[in-house]
Design a protein around this ligand. Structure first.
Ligand SMILES: Nc1nc2c(ncn2[C@@H]2O[C@H](COP(=O)(O)OP(=O)(O)OP(=O)(O)O)[C@@H](O)[C@H]2O)c(=O)[nH]1
Length: 440
């Protein structure tokens, strides 16, 4: 099952801090940019106005994962500024007041992520986007597939500069092994001409297991004729880059493709997950549940409807926000109680469902009883020093020969019986006949 809550994974290595170092001699620009990053991304920004202060901010600390710097500082010229920040190994974005041919040439020779003209419309928005992209890249794996060590090293070093966790493969077979071993890889950059398996064949293999919305693939070739580009795209590449690519284009295409994956992930979350609790929603429960149901039948399974008791009273006496906290706490308890093979969901309001494959009879009764008891023992902090206690009623139905909907209908009937007989209890339908309650 997919993880229930999309908590950001830890950044495996490199620069683990989440702060940005902003080095600029314009107080107003630095204030505007750091406020925008703080408000929109929630990332801390250290603002300094000289190279000496920047050295001090970075000394002995790995708080920063990214540097934005101007090239005009009171205590250093452009070469000294670039030389120092490049030597730190941190991703570097130059934020310049001017961008002429001389600066462009100087920067092209340097391993920097990007150069942004600061006084243009939209520059703050672009820099905020850059900060977000580079921060997120740290949790994304990228694989470079190329039989040329030099081409591989060039693409890999660029991707590392953008913060990705980079793996390399010299041929298609090794690439397939690398992808199978690391589910964190979301971006593949593959050459065309390679011994054993060419790039398009590799993509055909990859697409059997990795859809376009989960893995972005960019084809690369020096012989990027129109038919070859079309073949790449038709066989599943998300994009194509002609060799030799410019650093600027490489960054734009890579970023656009991983942005698209993020966007699709967000839309999928909105469509399948309950906004308040992060649990699968009702529709997603039926999609996943229908797939699980047939496979689980041989070993038996049970489904439970779980409803918070007197929930209206919690809302009425503590307010709607407190009610939301109570719903989240119960959702969390249900998700924590669920085993890896279970499927929990929020069905709406204060009602939850838990589908438990492999459980029936007394084992199912004990399993849901321990969930009920765990929730009864909880104290939900309301964030203002107060806390609230709550209970749930649970209706359980085993597989009695109908479909999943029939099980849910019977679990709902058992829930009604649990409510009617005093709440804070589990009622379970009999195995033989789903219409006779068997557990008091
Ligand atoms: N805070 C909050 N309240 C919600 C949400 N969804 C539904 N509710 C409220 O939940 C309450 C549900 O109340 P009922 O279904 O009547 O439950 P009850 O009568 O209090 O309790 P039982 O009879 O024990 O089920 C209503 O007042 C809804 O407005 C939500 O997302 N957040």
């Amino acid at each position: 099952m997919q993880p229930l809550f999309r908590t950001p994974a830890a950044v495996p290595d490199g620069h683990p801090g989440d702060a940005i170092l902003l080095v600029d001699n314009s107080r107003s620009f630095a204030a505007m940019l750091s406020a925008s990053i703080g408000e929109r991304l929630g990332l801390p920004v250290t603002v300094v106005a000289s190279l000496a202060e920047a050295r001090q901010a970075l000394a002995g600390s790995d708080r920063h994962f990214l540097v934005f710097t101007g090239l005009v500082l009171a205590d250093a010229d452009a070469d000294a500024i670039l030389g120092f920040f490049v030597s730190t190994g941190l991703p570097l974005v130059v934020v310049s007041g001017a961008y002429d041919d001389a600066i462009r040439q100087k920067l092209q020779a340097q391993p920097i992520v990007d150069c942004v003209l600061k006084d243009t419309p939209g520059s703050i928005d672009y820099l905020v986007w850059l900060a977000q992209r580079l921060e997120r890249n740290r949790r994304i794996g990228a694989l470079v597939v190329d039989d040329s060590p030099a081409a591989r090293a060039l693409a890999s070093s660029r991707l590392r500069l953008y913060g990705f966790q980079v793996a390399e493969a010299a041929n298609g077979a090794d690439a397939l092994l690398a992808i199978a071993a690391d589910p964190g890889i979301r971006l593949v950059i593959t050459d065309y001409e390679m011994p054993g398996m060419h790039g398009i064949e590799l993509i055909r293999h990859l697409r059997r297991t990795h859809a376009r919305d989960r893995l972005a693939i960019i084809g690369v070739s020096g012989s990027g004729t129109a038919p070859l580009v079309a073949q790449f795209l038709k066989h599943g590449a998300n994009d194509f880059l002609h060799k030799p690519w410019s650093g600027e284009e490489f960054f734009c295409r890579v970023s656009q493709n991983v942005d698209n994956l993020d966007l699709i992930g967000t839309l999928q979350d909105l469509a399948t997950r309950d906004f308040l609790t992060g649990l699968p929603n009702r529709r997603h429960f039926f999609d996943l549940g229908a797939k699980m149901f047939e496979g689980a039948r041989a070993r038996g399974l049970s489904v439970a409807m779980i409803d918070i008791d007197h929930f209206k009273h919690i809302n009425d006496s503590h307010g709607h926000d407190a009610g939301d906290l109570a719903i989240k706490a119960v959702a969390n308890a249900v998700a924590q109680h669920a085993r890896g093979q279970d499927l929990p969901a929020r069905f709406g309001g204060e009602e939850f469902v838990l589908l438990a494959p492999g459980l029936r009879g007394d084992a199912a009764a004990a399993y849901f009883e321990s969930l009920r008891a765990g929730i009864e023992a909880m104290s939900v902090p309301l964030g203002d020093g107060r806390s609230v206690r709550l209970t749930v009623s649970i209706g359980v139905c085993p597989d009695v020969g109908g479909g999943l909907s029939a099980m849910l209908a019977e679990a709902d009937r058992q829930l009604y019986v649990a409510k009617a007989s005093g709440r804070n209890r589990v009622k379970q339908a009999a195995e033989t006949s789903a219409r006779e309650p068997s557990m008091a």
